[in-house]
Design a protein around this ligand. Structure first.
Ligand SMILES: C[S@@+](CC[C@H](N)C(=O)[O-])C[C@H]1O[C@@H](n2cnc3c(N)ncnc32)[C@H](O)[C@@H]1O
Length: 152
């Protein structure tokens, strides 16, 4: 999920960080805390994340509002959201917001446990995206696959 990130990545945003497992991995790659912004809905997780990751900006807000709170030019959006189980309109609002804040070469990284990409083909096309399918991670329980979306 965090492959390729480093101290020079610029601004990174995480959607649905929960307990902060991916947040830890992003920071371990050398992304400065000041360059990382989280969007989490759950009040308890937000309190936990603020305490655990000083210097990281944590918004208690839906990922779909990210473009109201952030300027464009973000390098990468890492998503821990259960995207496939969300209604189509919510999914579109979330990925749409991600691409309104991402820079021209920015990418949206999303894992899924399912056999198909975490966005259906018609939605990938209507959003003007292309997708890169990563290897299946068998060591994950359940096994998961990481997808990277970019502008077509
Ligand atoms: C599967 S959990 C993430 C697990 C996380 N990777 C961890 O290590 O704990 C998904 C998280 O997304 C949050 N969430 C769900 N819908 C959201 C939304 N629209 N915007 C932001 N966060 C959301 C949930 O509160 C939950 O914490």
């Amino acid at each position: 999920m965090t492959l390729g990130l480093g101290p020079g990545s610029g601004r990174v945003v995480e959607f649905g960080p929960g307990t902060g497992r991916f947040t830890e991995a992003i920071l371990a790659r050398g992304v400065p805390a000041a360059n990382l912004t989280l969007f989490e809905l759950d009040e308890e997780f937000v309190a936990h994340l603020r305490q655990k990751f000083p210097g990281v900006t944590v918004h208690q807000a839906g990922a779909e509002t990210a473009d109201r709170l952030l300027d464009p030019g973000v390098h990468t959006v890492i998503s821990g959201l259960p995207l496939l189980s969300m209604p189509t309109a919510v999914r579109e609002a979330i990925v749409g917001a991600a691409f309104r804040i991402l820079g021209p070469r920015g990418s949206y990284v999303q894992f899924t446990y399912g056999p198909r990409p975490p966005l259906p083909p018609d939605q990938i096309e209507s959003l003007g995206l292309r997708v890169n399918r990563g290897h299946k991670i068998w060591a994950n329980l359940p096994p998961a696959r990481v997808y990277r979306f970019r502008r077509a």
